[in-house]
Design a protein. Structure first.
Length: 553
């Protein structure tokens, strides 16, 4: 194994030392965003405390310091990805904005009616939707590259898709769901052969691979600072200077202009032509600290360690009965997407969260890939260089605990109150939940309620009954008997069904006036749930309540 000292590396990240239910947080959501080392946090604060001023536009001392640090960061990024020219580094808010910039600027330059843009089946929505918008605007066509059995872009299929109308190919270096390196060298070679512009989304690769854009020789390479230990709201668009010079501006405003008059405007030189308005100065300056911090750790030591923990986690996950990785092969980076038989992905995520493990569940902004795999969503565990084999072991043991607890829930489910007939259930629930200590015990209670919750028939699971705003599908139906409402609800996720039981306990068998008079906020507060629920799950609760209120209004 490498000389990498994970304990020392981990000590730089203050959030990882925080406690949750008496134990350190296990953070396995690094594909979404990485944690920040102390040097990045300090640099961010330093800007606001010592030289907060706008860049480029003022003649005073503070602006000079700010501008110097801001432009130094650009040079740090240039050296980091081995760009040829400093002006080829364009600041954005993130990979998403970089792709939108290209779709509207490069797209205006290159795309005409009937032209083609090609993306892959595994792309993030950010590398699909902007091109869809452009093709609709230009009456062009979006074509999709299929994947191989291993989950990577099928280069042979791509070559067959290319015609003399193909102008842009945009694809991820590494999928945020599959974790496999795509054959981008072959893709870039095809682009050169057919005079097609190549765009590489490096959001997932940048923290795990050493990127040399001159060696790759792609036309554009994009990534976000927050995926590589930097601040949120900062992105990098690398582009070849000749193409950037030809492209029209993406946004108008300050900084991107040379001269403005009502008779016409001339634009600034690169890179400023694409950097309208005041940027995220503090974030950009702090991002340089993230890159320098990473350079001090030596990527040549980090990469072998990540390969080791990838192999370890892959082996351990395969030991869980009923767990199925969406692609069986070992991923190239520590990103693992899977399902567990008979478990909704949100139930898995909820259970892990109750035990202090942060993971991601859902479609991962890759709905077309989920459709291709015939999945509604999946669980994603994504590791970084600060994660340990001990944390992986804890994840595995917690998943086994979940499987065991589900067996216990099945055995004990009859102990629970009949939610369909008990009019005072809401008060009984308040008493029950007030006697429970901690989120883990409350979570178990919710899961048991979800297991017992009566299911809706398929003929009621229709779009008209679908509740908008829930993180997983939820349906609500009702009937009125003797002026009293009876609501029926269902969800694919047990945790959502448990929460539905709690909501229905407050409103079932009540008149319109009683429902409107019920203090929902006080009810949830007395249950002690809101502070433990994720914002999306709390929003789902509110959406269900709002739907009920609309029914009786």
């Amino acid at each position: 194994m490498s000389r990498f000292n994970v304990k020392k590396f981990r000590s730089h990240f203050p959030l990882l030392a925080q406690k949750y239910n008496g134990a350190e947080i296990v953070y396995f959501d690094n594909a979404a965003t990485t944690q920040k080392p102390q040097v990045v946090i300090q640099k961010y604060q330093e800007y606001y405390q010592q030289y907060n001023a706008n860049v480029h536009r003022a003649s005073h001392h503070l602006s000079t310091i700010s501008t110097t640090e801001f432009e130094r960061s650009r040079n740090v990024v240039k050296e980091f990805i081995h760009a040829k020219h400093l002006e080829e580094i364009i600041w954005s808010k993130g990979t998403t904005e970089s792709i939108n910039l290209l779709s509207q600027s490069l797209g205006q330059l290159l795309i005409n009616e009937g032209d083609e843009i090609i993306v892959s089946q595994s792309e993030h929505h950010a590398n699909i939707v902007p091109w869809q918008i452009l093709t609709q605007q230009k009456k062009a066509h979006l074509k999709v590259i299929p994947l191989t059995a291993q989950g990577t872009i099928d280069v042979e299929a791509l070559e067959k898709l290319i015609t003399n109308k193909t102008k842009i190919i945009s694809c991820a270096h590494i999928s945020n769901v599959i974790g496999k390196i795509n054959p981008i060298n072959d893709i870039i070679s095809l682009c050169k052969k057919h005079d097609i512009v190549s765009i590489i989304d490096g959001a997932q690769a940048i923290a795990h691979e050493q990127v040399d854009v001159q060696e790759l020789d792609c036309d554009f390479y994009l990534f976000s600072a927050h995926k590589i230990y930097g601040p949120t709201g900062v992105g990098v668009l690398y582009g070849k200077r000749d193409l950037l010079n030809k492209m029209p501006p993406y946004q108008g405003g300050g900084e991107m202009i040379s001269k403005v008059s009502f008779s016409g405007t001339t634009y600034n030189r690169l890179p400023f032509k694409f950097e309208a308005g005041t940027p995220n100065i503090a974030g950009i300056i702090a991002f340089a600290s993230a890159i320098e911090f990473l350079a001090q750790q030596n990527m040549e030591d980090i990469i072998p360690y990540e390969q080791h923990i990838t192999q370890y986690c892959h082996q351990k996950l395969n030991s869980i009965v009923g767990l199925k990785l969406i692609y069986d092969e070992l991923p190239d980076i520590p990103v693992f997407s899977f399902t567990i038989d008979s478990y909704h992905n949100h139930d898995v995520a909820s259970f892990l969260d109750a035990n202090g493990i942060a993971i991601r569940a859902g479609h991962h902004c890759a709905m077309p890939l989920m459709d291709h795999l015939s999945l509604d969503g999946c669980v994603r565990v994504s590791l970084s260089a600060y994660n340990t084999t001990k944390e992986v072991d804890y994840l595995i043991n917690t998943l086994k605990k979940m499987l065991l607890e589900n067996t216990n829930i099945l055995n004990n489910v009859d102990e629970y109150i009949d939610t369909e007939t008990n009019n005072e259930l809401s008060e009984q629930l308040v008493v029950t939940f007030s006697n429970l200590k901690g989120w883990d015990s409350r979570h178990r209670e919710i899961m048991m309620m979800g297991k017992r919750h009566p299911r809706l028939s398929d003929d009621l699971k229709i779009d008209d009954n679908l509740v908008q705003g829930c993180e997983s599908k939820a349906w609500l139906s009702y009937q009125v008997i003797n002026d009293k409402y009876e609501f029926f609800a269902d969800s694919d996720a047990k945790v959502i069904r448990g929460l539905l039981s709690i909501v229905l306990a407050a409103f079932n068998h009540k008149t319109k006036q009683e429902i409107k008079a019920f203090n929902v906020k006080d009810y949830f507060k007395r249950l002690g749930l809101i502070q433990h629920l994720s914002p999306s799950r709390a929003n789902g609760l509110n959406a269900i309540v709002e739907r009920i209120m609309n029914v009786v209004s």
